[in-house]
Design a protein around this ligand. Structure first.
Ligand code: GAP
Length: 465
């Protein structure tokens, strides 16, 4: 019964809601497409995802962090090309007026349509296959022309006069990095190669947000731009590709569910690009992009702002606009991947259960501490003592005295807690004095239980983290 992919998205969505990971956005008002709210355990899981990425970036002594604004001058997005070219191909059903992505419709009948195709090219491809395409909502075979729909979300912030420039919510965090590259360089990090990393919200007017956390209108990105000279860029690109794939292996994601996919059609300025894909329940999908962007972005910002973006290399006495390798991954897609990868239905003893086999590093709760019976003060006092010690050490520790032990195990299995620690009468040394000050540690994945001395608990857990 392990990890059935059939209906896996539905199962993950249900579990995420039931256990407080993720709720539909504005749910009590009937929902708001493309948005989701993080519940208590979702926040914990998301924070662990962010911490893992931050730690990996901080392993590099030449990568620094930035936190730039969500609102920026509209000129940023003109320079970056987002105002003119950041779009998806939209087609509208003439029968029910459903808005659909033309490339997704074509993919549905096995025709690959690169999202970067020009409006003319995708219309030609669409017309070739028009007779075979059906509206996913009403089934009609009656579509209009394909139009490029810009994805930038607009805002009226500061727009008090009608001739104020258009304001956008950022469509990616990367541009905040490019426009601050000079500031960071001048503030002491003045030697290339170096990287700037940033985590933050991004907004896109997605035509059809779908697949739970995979395609949202408000989401979070973890991006890193690595600035370097052209002659070193290709080697660095290869090295980042390997590093980022290995990062997911080390995180404990199933290797056979991950792959590197080179881009078939590069945007005109890109020198090389690939995606790390994960096999989500609906098929392979982009988890992270690794792009060698040339020096396009800095050159564009130099052109539009008039600020010199060049770098003077003291060693080689050369002046140049640095090239950039980018790694860009969504927090939401990582969380969705972790949930799908971990979701398991299995049989333990007599009963079937749902268990999230999350890597301990990502699990919202590292261990739960319980007194065997909650109405025995001696057990409760001892359990609280153990709880406080572990909480101080690990932070992500839960007190759980709700229901009987079997129910507590099921609940902790469902939220992915790797270890449950139970304080029983043996801990008090009442029946077997030799077991005094030991506790039961129950393993989530195997259901096995072992006796561990309270004094060894911290090292035992750390060993497995
Ligand atoms: N700066 C490059 C950039 O933004 P992208 O491929 O458009 O490239 C990078 O996005 C990553 O952001 C994706 O690999 C994905 O993980 C995440 N992402 C993009 N659009 C998303 C959406 N609508 N919902 C959730 N995550 C998204």
């Amino acid at each position: 019964m392990e990890n059935q992919s059939e209906n896996l998205t539905e199962k993950v969505v249900n579990l995420a809601k039931r256990r407080g990971f993720v709720f539909a956005g504005s749910e009590i008002y009937g929902g708001f497409a493309g948005t989701y709210d993080w519940g208590p355990l979702g926040v914990a899981l998301k924070n662990n995802v962010i911490k893992a990425w931050t730690d990996a970036m901080q392993d590099h002594t030449n990568i620094v962090f930035l936190d730039s604004s969500i609102f920026t001058s509209g000129k940023v997005w003109e320079a970056s090309g987002h105002v003119s070219g950041f779009s998806d191909p939209l087609v509208i059903c003439n029968s029910c007026h459903e808005k659909v992505r033309a490339d997704h419709l074509l993919e549905g009948i096995g025709v690959t349509a690169d999202e970067k195709l020009s409006e003319e090219a995708i219309n030609a491809l669409f017309d070739e296959n028009r007779s075979k395409l059906k509206c996913p909502k009403c089934g009609a075979n009656d579509f209009g022309q394909v139009r490029a729909k810009n994805l930038l979300a607009t805002s009226n912030l500061g727009m008090f006069e009608s001739d104020d420039a258009q304001v956008y919510l950022r469509g990616e965090t990367a541009q905040g990095i490019f426009i601050n590259y000079k500031n960071v360089l001048d503030s002491g990090f003045n030697s290339i190669p170096f990287g700037i990393a940033q985590i933050g919200k991004a907004f896109r007017n997605e035509i059809s947000p779908r697949q739970f956390l995979f395609r949202k209108r408000e989401f979070e990105q973890m991006e890193m731009q690595y600035f370097l000279k052209e002659s070193e860029a290709m080697e660095a690109y290869e090295s980042w590709k390997n590093e980022r794939l290995n990062y997911y292996y080390k995180l404990g994601i199933k290797k056979d569910k991950l792959r590197l996919k080179p881009h078939e059609n590069l945007v005109f300025y890109a020198k090389a690009a690939c995606d790390i894909e994960y096999e989500y329940p609906f098929g392979w999908g982009e988890l992270e992009g690794i792009h060698y962007r040339g020096n396009y972005d800095l050159s564009q910002h130099q052109k539009f702002s008039g600020v010199d973006m060049s770098y003077y290399d003291e060693e080689t006495k050369e002046r140049y606009i640095p090239h950039v390798i980018e790694t860009s991954v969504g927090v939401d897609r990582t969380v969705f991947m972790a949930l799908c990868d971990a979701y398991t239905e299995d049989t333990l003893g007599e009963s079937t259960r749902i268990v999230l086999k999350l890597p301990p590093k990502l699990a919202p709760v590292i261990c739960a501490v319980s007194p065997l019976l909650k109405n025995k003060p001696d057990l409760v006092v001892k359990a609280q003592e153990v709880f406080r010690v572990l909480k101080k050490e690990f932070g992500r520790v839960m007190w759980d005295d709700n229901g009987n032990i079997g129910k507590r195990y099921r609940r902790q299995d469902e939220i992915g807690t790797p270890w449950c620690i139970v304080i029983d009468f043996d801990t008090l040394g009442e029946e077997h004095p030799e077991l005094k000050d030991t506790v039961t540690v129950r393993n989530r994945d195997t259901g096995n239980q072992e006796r561990v001395a309270i004094t060894d608990l911290i090292s035992k857990i750390k060993e497995n983290l």
